[in-house]
Design a protein around this ligand. Structure first.
Ligand code: PMV
Length: 319
């Protein structure tokens, strides 16, 4: 028996960081995926292996740091009686999602692993359960996750996320526009960046609360612009949102150079996506300007990935 599950990467369009303190955020899945295949183990052991990271472990023995979240999923399912008896298995994790780049790679692998793991154990499940279990794994990766990454990886599409509640937005994505994910190549630790932002908030709450209110207003307006496919409005709100993220102290010289160069070369919008302090920015451009924008930012970027928003969340194949 072999069961594979795939889960998409995510980008946050609006509201990262603000979402940690209960404000709404808008995220969507994109066409990059993590895939986990679980098959019978030939030696009656439980083996978890990441092809991309080149690490492998046997359950019950030393666990490399990179695989702890998967062990946690197994143990959480046992402790909550979601599964009652473990069957030996061999899990292989593969992903086309850059790591530590703000694209939710850890949540996507956790969601894909959870879905394949539950299906392999013949447990009946839905997206809500997968997302809840993956959230437990996210807590291992960073201390105070809002839950947006595991939610998008489970449900897919465009979602407004606020305090664990989700609302789907039907978006008409005009083909005329292209989204680019531009990786600064600077990995960062989401947990540390979130902590830094929360500390700034606490030191300056009387000022910061207005910035958080502005971020919420951006999301409310962006929902309308996304529904009507008004790209000029979306682009302008993305640029304003980037300004607010700069005020949280999460931008860097590399990010600002890329944002500035993108806009100067004709892109409609450029903003941090995810935690910042490195990671990726997203750039929105009219396809007519695409080559020009790519040529302008290439010397500053570690990697440029053309991407599209998708509607699909986690999927399962039984092979
Ligand atoms: O950069 P990522 O993919 O780890 O996204 C983090 C998003 C934050 O809003 C900064 C944190 C969170 O848990 O929502």
């Amino acid at each position: 028996m072999k069961i594979c599950a795939s889960a998409p990467a995510k980008i946050i369009w609006f509201g990262e960081h603000f979402v940690v303190l209960g404000k709404p955020a808008i995220a969507s899945s994109i066409n990059l995926k993590a895939r986990v295949c679980i098959s019978n183990s030939i030696n009656d052991k439980i083996i978890i292996e990441s092809k991309d990271l080149g690490v492998k472990c046997i359950y019950g023995k030393d666990i490399p740091r990179e695989l702890i979240q998967f062990i946690h999923i197994v143990e959480y399912c046992l402790s909550e009686n979601i599964i009652t008896k473990l069957k030996p298995f061999h899990a292989i994790i593969e992903s086309s999602i850059p790591i530590a780049s703000g694209l939710g790679s850890s949540a996507s692998t956790a969601v894909a692993f959870t879905a394949a793991f539950l299906a392999y154990h013949d447990v009946s499940f839905n997206r809500e359960l997968i997302s809840r279990i993956a959230y437990e794994a996210e807590k291992i990766v960073h201390a105070k996750p809002s839950g947006i990454d595991n939610t998008i990886a489970s449900y897919g599409g465009f979602l407004v996320y606020q305090k664990g509640r989700i609302r789907r937005i039907r978006v008409r994505w005009p083909r005329k526009f292209q989204l680019l994910i531009v990786d600064t190549g600077m990995p960062r630790n989401t947990g540390k960046v979130v902590k830094m932002v929360l500390e700034r908030y606490q030191r300056n709450e009387d000022i910061m609360k207005y910035i958080y209110m502005a971020a919420e207003k951006i999301v409310r307006k962006a929902i309308k612009c996304l529904r009507s496919g008004n790209i000029e409005c979306i682009a302008e709100l993305m640029n304003i949102n980037h300004g607010l993220l700069v005020s949280l102290g999460i931008s860097t010289y590399e990010i600002e150079s890329l944002v500035h160069r993108s806009i100067m070369s004709g892109a409609l919008a450029a903003k941090i996506t995810g935690a910042g302090m490195g990671g990726s920015i997203i750039v929105l451009t009219d396809r007519i300007k695409l080559d020009h924008v790519i040529r302008a930012i290439s010397p500053l970027a570690y990697r440029i990935i053309p991407a599209s928003p998708t509607s699909q969340g986690v999927t399962i194949e039984r092979l």
